[in-house]
Ligand binder design. Structure first.
Ligand SMILES: [Zn+2]
Length: 386
């Protein structure tokens, strides 16, 4: 009897310590070998899990967001509002965090190679397994291609980051759709299923009142990413998808229009003038250019400009003594001279409207200068302009 009891206790403690080392929910563990097999990983592969108290989720998401953004989140929101990507919205950052927190069951954290699992009641097993397959696909991307880490390393180029993110999300969607369908589905139904998912997440995001920019920005990696990854998969199967994960396109212009990714280098920008500090140096890319101008010129015209994109770079600076006083230089290079003439007139016509909230009080001083294929937009830049 005593012996039996000891054995029982030992098993119990063993089970406890196994749970402590890998607090992975059983629904997640079931999916590990399936993802491993589909994505060519060793049968012994298993990411670590960490159980996160539901009450700590918002803080953890705030840290995650801060790690992904090039600036502290609240300052980044101010940049988006001043540049006219987002209308002035009170508590925007809080709303975004609340929205993310309401959606998350768990996520993969590449810096610690860990699946963070929120400790709260799961929806049905079927629903949660979809989420785990998707997040495990990200863990597999890290194990084989280091893609999630690569994505975090390009914070100085949001165009490149958005493009990498599209490949990562597109592949995770494909893995999810393939493993969650009862039999190998035809690719058309994959496209339809993906489209339906994107619509659901868009309407969820819309109901959270976070503004069109974040709704579209959230949806782009899934919708465009799956389109790109699926087209590679149809042509060349997993080897073609692996090629995309190994060398993801570095610009959204490539994903959207097949354009080459000719980024403008920092040396194309003016130096930070004396008495000013650099706030942000970044590339918008075709996706953001299209979204930006579509707000004032309509989607079709804005897409024409995005199609003509051949690299851009912007520098935001602020007065060291008056931190609310900002200035901007944005360089946009267009593909061909003929396009350049149209595009320059177009930007000249619309950019001031977009920058109306660049500062408080009277509208900012906006100057547009063309030189060959390159256009420069100066906003409140201190004289003399270089
Ligand atoms: Zn994902």
């Amino acid at each position: 009897m005593r012996r039996k009891f000891t054995t029982f206790a030992a098993t119990f403690f063993l089970a406890l310590s196994a749970w402590a080392a890998t607090p992975c929910p059983p629904a997640l563990l079931t999916e590990v070998p399936r993802v491993a097999q589909l994505r060519g990983l060793d049968g012994r592969w298993q990411p670590r899990c960490e159980l996160l108290a539901a009450a700590s989720l918002k803080d953890r998401l705030a840290t995650k967001l801060a790690n992904e953004l090039p600036l502290p989140p609240k300052l980044y929101m101010e940049v988006l509002q001043r540049l006219g990507f987002v209308p002035s919205t009170p508590e925007l950052y809080e709303r975004l965090l609340d929205f993310y927190a309401s959606q998350v069951l768990g996520f993969y954290e590449p810096s610690r190679d860990t699946m963070v699992v929120v400790n709260r009641p799961l929806p049905s097993e079927e629903e949660s397994s979809v989420v785990w397959v998707h997040e495990l696909a990200h863990a597999a991307q890290e194990a084989r291609f280091g893609l999630p880490t690569k994505l975090l390393s390009v914070k100085d180029n949001s165009d490149q980051q958005r493009s990498f993110s599209a490949i990562a999300e597109g592949e995770a969607m494909l893995v999810m759709l393939l493993l969650e369908s009862p039999s190998p589905p035809p690719t058309e139904s994959l496209e339809q299923a993906a489209q339906a998912l994107v619509e659901v997440s868009k309407s969820l995001a819309r109901s959270a009142n976070i503004g069109d920019f974040f709704v579209e920005d959230l949806a782009f990696p899934y919708a465009q990413g799956l389109r790109t990854v699926l087209s590679a998969y149809k042509k060349g199967g997993w080897p073609a998808v692996d090629g995309l994960l190994t060398n993801p396109p570095t610009c959204t212009a490539h994903l959207l229009f097949g354009s080459p990714c000719n980024h403008l280098a920092n040396r194309a920008l003016p130096p930070v003038p004396e008495g000013f500090q650099e706030l942000l140096t970044d590339s918008l890319g075709a996706w953001a250019v299209k979204f930006w101008f579509s707000q004032v010129a309509g989607g079709e015209e804005a897409e024409k400009l995005a199609r003509a994109w051949d690299g851009d770079r912007l520098r935001l600076i602020r007065d060291a003594r008056v931190p609310q006083r900002w200035a901007l230089c944005w360089k946009l290079r267009l593909k061909r001279q003929a396009k350049a003439i149209w595009a320059q007139a177009f930007v000249r016509q619309h950019v001031s409207k977009l920058l109306a909230s660049f500062r408080q009080g009277p509208p900012p001083q906006v100057t547009v200068v063309s030189e060959g294929r390159t256009l420069t937009v100066w906003v409140d830049w201190p004289a003399p302009q270089p």
